[in-house]
Design a protein around this ligand. Sequence first.
Ligand code: SF4
Length: 284
Amino acid sequence: MSKIKIAELFYSIQGEGRYMGVPSVFLRTFGCNFKCAGFGMPRGEMSHEAIDIAATHSMIESFQKYEDLPLVSTGCDSYASWMPEFKDLSPMLTSEAIADRIMEILPHNEWLDEHLVITGGEPLLGWQRAYPDLLNNPKMKALKEITFETNGTQKLTPEFKGYLAKWNSEVGKELTFSVSAKLPCSGEKWEEAILPEVVCEYEEVGTAYLKFVIATEEDRDYALKAASEYRAAGFKGHVYLMPVGGVESVYALNNKAVAIMAMKHGLRYSDRLQVPLFKNEWGT
Ligand code: SF4
């Protein structure tokens, strides 16, 4: 039976993108190919917040579970889902154990109108071989909609691509890739982060959309440049602009400005409802 290293498994409202407002089960896998330490920092500087937390963690083993971890206002807001220092907080679970846990956290202990978000970390990095086993579990049969929240850098293996195409072709099922492609404000390199041919392949098996995190007009310009590169490669999906801000004070500084930017360029605006509603705490 396949196993997946699970950073978090929780029930909340999807706060971003196409399914904003939809009750959702979030399966956060462990591991990422990026660090995104540039978020919320002056250009060229990298956040040390998560590194400092990790140092405290390894010195006094102060954090026993996710809910104990501090939230950060710079860098990757889900740092514990990929930093090796926190790997012990993420158990390796069998697909059966994951399906059982999902049934426990769904309010009616069965799938009704909820959707499944497979997020990370980077969920397409190491677990593609394990997902079919989970999705084939009888407890997952009534699930109708899945979103992979990905950074858009991981190619689908031929086997997984074939599996997803078949899953998506079943009546009433809908597969979505929410692609948060990383702009230079993340601190990641353009040539490693903006990979249009990878994202175009996602569109062969489901619906894909791009979601760019924006803090400044420079970010907007990079988003427009990236969007035109994706379009040139044949990408057909929607493009969203979303304000930077894993904490309320940062989010509130620029959400309106980003909404206005999106309107001005005929792009979609994505909020981050989990920030004003739940302060982006772990498990939301
Ligand atoms: S790609 Fe996502 S999970 Fe990975 S470091 Fe960047 S923000 Fe964090």
